[in-house]
Design a protein around this ligand. Sequence first.
Ligand SMILES: Cc1ncc(COP(=O)(O)O)c(C=O)c1O
Length: 415
Amino acid sequence: MVQNDYKYIIHNGSKDRSGAKEMFPMERAREARKFHRQIPGYGITPLRSMPELSNMLGVSGIYIKDEARRLVLNSFKVMGGSFAVKNLIEKKLGEKNLSWDYLRSGECRRRLGNFVVCSATDGNHGRGLAWVCQQLGYLCKIYVHSETSQPRIDAIKRYGASVTVNPGNYDDACRRAVKDAEENGWEVVSDTSWDGYTEIPTWIMQGYMTIMLEAQEQLAGVGVAKPTHVFVQAGVGALAAATVGFYSALFPNDPPKFIIVEPDKAPCVYESIKAGDGRCHSVKGSLDTIMAGLACGDPSPVAFDILNANADIFLTMPDYVAARGMRILSCPLKGDPFVISGESGAVPLGALFTLVHSIKNGTCDSELKKALDLNEDSNVFMINTEGNTDPIQFHRIIWDGSDPVPRKFSDMDIR
Ligand SMILES: Cc1ncc(COP(=O)(O)O)c(C=O)c1O
């Protein structure tokens, strides 16, 4: 029998929702959205419903929050960076509830003095942060790792940030950004946390709650009070923690099933869960996956605690699963909407497809099948976290067919 090449852990965490309730309260979600609404160009991103694909996969509904349409940025990341910059400025000035207009006012800039924002990125966080700083009129310094593609670097520079390419991987770029910030008196606005640096990454995760708040209202609009399954991708785990935290806080007694998806070449959250000691563990090496936004070797500890307590299943998936997700979305079944989705954006859908495929062809382990409990009443929620943020790579995959599904997994008869 063909062996599947994804890995999974069915996780019996504490299911203690108190950390989620504390970090992701509804008031904070409302505060984040109130702020985001003031950003010029803000609009609610679409929730894509895929009725035909749902039918094919034997579930009631698949709903995809399309963050490729977020502002002009092609990715969800700006929601975190913008909320963190606002909170940081408020803290520095000893104020609360500052408006977007005030943040960009000459008075605010004068009061702050030399305020320079700095971060490492694997692309999208840096792009979002650069855009926010440009809109508000502050300097921004971004650090990328040596494998970062030129289109990603150009997209950051386009918004006025200076970009430093640092040898090594994403985690090396993080260390360099912190060192340079210390030497120059810059403010590190990182989406990942570490010992002694948790406040700003928490604000970033809280900023992501606007996405879930919008989605909940959109789901209610189509008669879904609560998704039964949430598939969410993890790099350092901040988005996954925000999603899992939001739903755990909202439905503490009966939350959806949370399925966390990572690339098999950068499975830092998976490996940390596997270690089973409640601590973060690093994955070393080049982290060479097409899912650039998920190519992280160190989980964010504040995010990991939320995932460890609340999430149900941890998956690692090969690159072709993300590529297949991209192709399904860009060439949907007749009647379903067309969605532009990048490598990191499409892996949850690719994972769902792969799992259902393996259930239907009898290669899925029975314990995983039981834990997933996907059936005709399931309403699956996921986030397309990016569009074609690297257009060259996007065309390589969609047009030229790179990262194909291996022949042994390409039997498409899954009805
Ligand atoms: C497109 C995209 N999706 C998902 C993620 C994962 O987010 P996190 O690092 O918070 O897990 C990232 C991170 O950069 C990303 O760029």
